[in-house]
Write a protein that binds this ligand. Structure first.
Ligand SMILES: [Zn+2]
Length: 212
């Protein structure tokens, strides 16, 4: 079976299975757990438009998770079918930011590539944040001014309450003399943000909004 699960879908399934696990541990009411089991199954299958019977069987198993051991085993199996983020060399990354002279690219540990919806890093000395992701299937790089916020707030990419900063991108408007700046709060820690992302739709619309 080939890899067919996106990182955001993987995190969604994990989250659903965790909710179910919680229910198993906190309620003795079998009917409650059974109801949640069928909701879980429906929700995880709903993520996909087309599944082979083998794939469907594996995804549906999210509703069989009853304890921590089940969860660990299931997630590690699932992870084998997650499509990793396209592997990029430093030169590939530099090409995505042709205007940036001294680009500092972080090393991403091998095991992390399968859990990424985007690559994001901070260049603290330049007050910048860089983001690479695919938008409508195309690899896209975006950078902007980045200023950490003191208190936690909602991230526009993962929608969780996290340590965030104001990300501001500046670009040319339709009229070439016009400059447009747009800003939004996003997670300070992009690894953490990726773990939170259960739908890549807000990520893609964020990138589009910051470019036009
Ligand atoms: Zn986030």
């Amino acid at each position: 079976m080939e890899r067919f699960i996106r990182s955001d879908q993987y995190h969604f399934i994990k989250n659903q299975a965790h909710n179910l696990l919680n229910s198993h541990m906190t309620t003795n009411d079998a009917s409650v757990t059974q109801a949640l089991q069928s909701i879980t199954q429906e929700k995880v299958l709903d993520l996909f438009t087309e599944l082979s019977s083998e794939q469907e069987q594996m995804i549906a198993q999210a509703s069989d998770v009853k304890d921590e051991t089940d969860a660990i085993l299931y997630f590690s199996r699932l992870k084998q079918y997650v499509v990793p983020f396209p592997k990029l060399s430093e030169a590939d990354i530099q090409k995505l930011f042709p205007k940036v002279k001294k680009l500092r690219v972080p090393a991403i540990p091998n095991e992390e590539w399968t859990e990424l919806s985007y690559i994001g890093w901070n260049d603290v000395s330049a007050n910048r944040k860089y983001i690479i992701t695919t938008v409508d299937g195309e690899l896209t790089g975006l950078y902007g001014h980045y200023k950490p916020l003191r208190q936690k707030s909602i991230c526009s990419l993962c929608h969780e309450h996290e340590k965030v900063g104001m990300f501001t991108a500046t670009f040319k408007g339709e009229n070439k003399e016009e400059t447009i700046s747009r800003g939004n709060y996003i997670c300070h820690n992009s690894q953490k943000c990726n773990q939170n992302i259960q739908s890549r739709q807000p990520l893609e619309s964020f990138i589009k909004r910051m470019q036009a």
